[in-house]
Design a binder for this molecule. Structure first.
Ligand SMILES: [Zn+2]
Length: 118
């Protein structure tokens, strides 16, 4: 299990050191919090973070309950067994990238977001 993250800085460090993400040159001289537009819009950042944290490549997300389902919880018609909604299949890193944007658009607690990452 990778250690829990507590901040954006933590996540960036881990993506860099363990996921081999290269910080873009534009970051020079800026703190990470000033450069979130550069970091969090880079799909390579999220992929590297996923590699570092061992996220599964594919995730099955229910449109109804919003959960990441196990394959056993999905019917052959691609519906959730709990609530009968459609299930979407996403790359693991995209799911968390979406959650990050969702969190910042709704003024969520940034630290809580990082702590909640598997
Ligand atoms: Zn469901």
């Amino acid at each position: 299990m990778p250690k829990k993250l507590s901040s954006a800085q933590d996540a960036i460090k881990q993506a860099h050191e363990e996921g081999h993400w290269l910080c873009p040159k534009e970051l020079d001289g800026k703190s990470y919090s000033q450069a979130t537009d550069i970091v969090f819009l880079d799909p390579l950042f999220w992929q590297a973070l996923g590699k570092a944290r061992g996220w599964k490549d594919r995730m099955h997300v229910c449109n109804g309950c919003g959960l990441n389902l196990d394959i056993k919880e999905i019917t052959t018609w691609n519906k959730c067994r709990k609530c009968d909604s459609d299930v979407e299949h996403q790359y693991g890193y995209k799911l968390w990238a979406h959650q990050w944007f969702e969190n910042s658009l709704s003024n969520g607690d940034e630290q809580k977001f990082w702590e909640s990452l598997p």
